[in-house]
Ligand binder design. Sequence first.
Ligand code: HEM
Ligand SMILES: *[C@@H]1O[C@H](CO)[C@@H](O)[C@H](O)[C@H]1NC(C)=O
Length: 182
Amino acid sequence: MVRASSAFTSTIDILRVLGGVLLANALLSWWFTGSSTWGYDGKWVDYRYLKHLAIESPVQLTLEELAKYNGDTPGLPIYVSINGTVYDVTKSARIYGPGGAYHVFSGKDSARAFVTGCYDKEDELTHDLRGLDPEEIEDQLGGWVRFFSKNSRYWVAGTVELPEPTGEIPSPCDHQRYPGHA
Ligand code: HEM
Ligand SMILES: *[C@@H]1O[C@H](CO)[C@@H](O)[C@H](O)[C@H]1NC(C)=O
């Protein structure tokens, strides 16, 4: 008797082999590195990013709504915005969550502080770029936008609506930079 191997069974076989290879890979990695992904901890092994890709549409927030995503509420993602683009930085809760070195950036659009470097000055934590040198804006903001958009741990969650800034321009501050920063 000749056994007819249908396209269906060969697909199952391929999936079985593939599954076995993936499992062996994860076990080997676990054995050698203590991580099932050879130490990779980027967004591609984050269930939340895969869910974002598969079913979520980009968020469209107001500044008031954005403020809720500053890491203070467990279970909510942590967002950092630059010039209207909102990044999901939840994977670095150690840095952007409560007590983190850069918690001040969370739940806000601090484009200005990213240009001037004065992130410890309250009134710099704003999207208001009035009065700043356009070339510096381009340089500094461009660098940080690259940092966040190319970062393997972060992804764009959506946008925040930025009202036209009014009132007084924040007072000048001493620029503080750290070599090696974007
Ligand atoms: C003045 C001295 C500064 C020092 C000593 C410093 C130090 C550091 C260190 C050590 C890290 C790595 C953090 C980690 O991975 O745990 C870091 C990252 C970072 N710094 Fe600074 N920094 C300084 C100034 C600034 C300024 C002026 C800004 C922006 C206004 C800034 C924004 C950031 C951001 C956004 C990160 C990336 C965190 C991430 O998402 O991985 N820093 N800094
Ligand atoms: C900031 O956002 C505005 C409006 O989307 C855009 O025209 C401008 O090029 C952005 N600036 C930088 C430096 O990315």
